[in-house]
Write a protein that binds this ligand. Sequence first.
Ligand code: CA
Length: 224
Amino acid sequence: MRVLLVEDEPEMASALRDALAGSGMVLDHATSLADAELITAPGLHDVLILDRQLSDGEGLSLIPKLRAQGNLVPVLVLTARGELTDRVEGLEQGADDYLTKPFAFEELVARLRALKRRPATMQRDIVTIGRLSYDHFNHEARVGDNAIELTRRELLVLEALLRRLGRMVPRSSLMEAVFAIDDEVQPNALDTQVSRLRRKLADADSGVIVNGVRGVGYLLREEP
Ligand code: CA
């Protein structure tokens, strides 16, 4: 089991290194948020231990950045800030678990193991194409730190296209995905939704385009 520790206090880092090595874990250590982003990559670490007060910012800000890069590593936030509001804030910003200092190493090790065992269905399903990342769990499209505001129907079009990335999706499938059977639908309603989505993807500089073949369907792909 490989763990990334993001912690700027040397004594805490070295105590953790000893404790985790004794439990058969491999520990990589980053002393800042910038360091952590350089060191980790999707699939590399089984769990990330994250301090909140770091020299280059609030630890929690790392979580959405990692998720946008398709990195689903479970995050345990370790901090001296143990007030209820801090814990709630941490969990709401995407932390998977929260442990306050001081803590027992046995409990930390047990929690890390529990996070690693967590089934993949609990994790988010994030697709990245070009500069666009799409979170199927939260129905959220982002380019870097910026969320793209999409209407419910534009989201449905995007999801249907993402499910068959790079392949032509027939009009009939898109119609089924976007409109209810009893919706009153104008003949060009689908094309209207697609053009709006296309414009928003372009305005957000997503690096993703929607190609269409008249009367046949649409496909989503990375900008050449
Ligand atoms: Ca700190």
